[in-house]
Design a protein around this ligand. Structure first.
Ligand SMILES: NC(=O)C1=CN([C@@H]2O[C@H](COP(=O)(O)OP(=O)(O)OC[C@H]3O[C@@H](n4cnc5c(N)ncnc54)[C@H](OP(=O)(O)O)[C@@H]3O)[C@@H](O)[C@H]2O)C=CC1
Ligand SMILES: O=C(CO)COP(=O)(O)O
Length: 339
């Protein structure tokens, strides 16, 4: 049995912690002690996963250092794992806190769950890790996975992406059981670009469906969205096959079409004419596509890559451009070779 600490008690951190606790000794840390009390006393995360009973063995710990030390206390270093389940914006600070507790040469395996690019730097998650730790480390667990379904124990398949075989093995040992299948992948760039940019496409598809533009339009958006993801990912060094997999097409399809997606719901509400601030307040949860669309737009311009759907979402979300004007611009684009 592994000893695992999960940092971040939102929907996804809680769901993954509960899943891993079916087979391992898991401690969940969150920054709100009241949420953890709730989990302890009701066996449920009433803020983020209401009505879903969590694994009975799941422990909670409000003290960050004590929580981190839980995983470190396993006598076998190969059975220790830290899972960073916070949003992208908290990845750097979480790593920095962990570094203050434990020198890097004593770290257990590490996996992060966030999807996005860092707002200030434009870095992918594995690059944030490199910049904090000064070396390549850990990996991502990513792919099509709505937290509520995972918490309920419904089947799903995910990707453990890392350049390090030992990290991939640790993620598999922690997560590949019960109704979750985990596939190993060595292409962290492809996995992270797919996971980040599909959120932007989900906002676009939500707008499209909210405006009732039809199923043809939705299929076109998802397919051309994939073309944008592919262009960006390949230019950043991804392997092409990764984009056909769970972290590419798999997550794109799920997030663009499933109403459990927060990013899709942002798009649906934008189509109703609501303001972004009202939407985010109503959502009460993170929508990473909204957070990273500016950075991805800038990256595409820097790399001279065409990403018209991404630019369109950025113009609506951050520049206040009208949806109708953006739609007209997209439809009026010159025809070109399909690629
Ligand atoms: N939900 C899902 O289905 C999936 C989500 N993901 C990814 O996982 C990441 C987390 O998403 P999710 O859990 O759903 O988000 P939620 O909005 O459900 O929860 C976010 C959690 O992170 C906490 N948090 C925010 N900032 C910090 C910080 N600085 N330090 C510590 N904790 C912090 C929040 O605390 P507080 O409540 O106090 O604000 C909250 O507990 C995102 O990158 C998302 O894209 C990936 C796959 C599936
Ligand atoms: O990443 C997810 C599913 O794989 C969750 O998507 P949302 O953040 O849009 O809810």
């Amino acid at each position: 049995m592994m000893k695992i600490t999960v940092f971040g008690a939102g929907a996804w951190g809680t769901a993954v912690a509960s899943h891993m606790a079916r087979c391992h000794q898991v401690v969940l840390w969150g920054r709100r002690a009241s949420d953890l009390d709730d989990i302890r006393s009701h066996g449920e995360n009433t803020r983020y996963l209401k009505g879903i009973p969590l694994a009975s063995g799941l422990q909670v710990e409000p003290d960050f250092e004590l929580a981190a030390r839980h995983a470190l206390s396993h006598p076998d270093p190969d059975q220790r794992l830290w899972v960073i389940g916070t949003p992208m914006g908290a990845l750097r600070s979480t790593l920095t806190q962990l570094l203050a507790i434990c020198p890097i040469d004593q770290w257990p395996s590490v996996v992060w769950l966030c999807k996005g690019f860092e707002s200030d730097t434009g870095l992918m998650p594995h690059q944030v890790v490199e910049s904090v730790l000064g070396q390549t480390y850990g990996g991502a667990l990513t792919g099509p996975s709505f937290a509520a379904e995972v918490a309920m124990g419904l089947p799903c398949a995910l990707t453990a992406a890392s350049a390090c075989p030992k990290t991939r093995q640790a993620i598999l040992a922690a997560a590949h059981h019960s109704s979750m299948r985990v596939y190993a992948l060595d292409d962290i760039i492809g996995a992270e670009v797919g996971g980040a940019v599909k959120n932007i496409m989900a906002v676009a598809t939500g707008i499209c469906d909210g405006l009732r533009l039809g199923l043809n339009a939705r299929a076109a958006l998802i397919t051309r969205g994939m073309a944008e993801i592919r262009r960006l990912a390949l230019s950043l060094g991804a392997q092409s096959e990764t984009l056909n997999g769970l972290s590419g097409f798999g997550d794109l399809i799920l997030t663009c079409t499933g109403d459990l997606s927060r990013n899709r719901r942002v798009g649906l509400m934008l189509a109703q004419g609501k303001s972004l601030s009202d939407i985010l307040a109503e959502l009460g949860q993170v929508a990473e596509g909204v957070r990273c669309v500016s950075v991805v737009t800038q990256l595409a311009q820097k790399l001279n890559i065409e990403m018209p759907i991404t630019e369109a979402v950025s113009a609506i979300v951050h520049d206040g451009k009208s949806i109708q004007a953006v739609l007209q611009d997209l439809l009026a684009r010159e025809s070109k070779l399909e690629s």
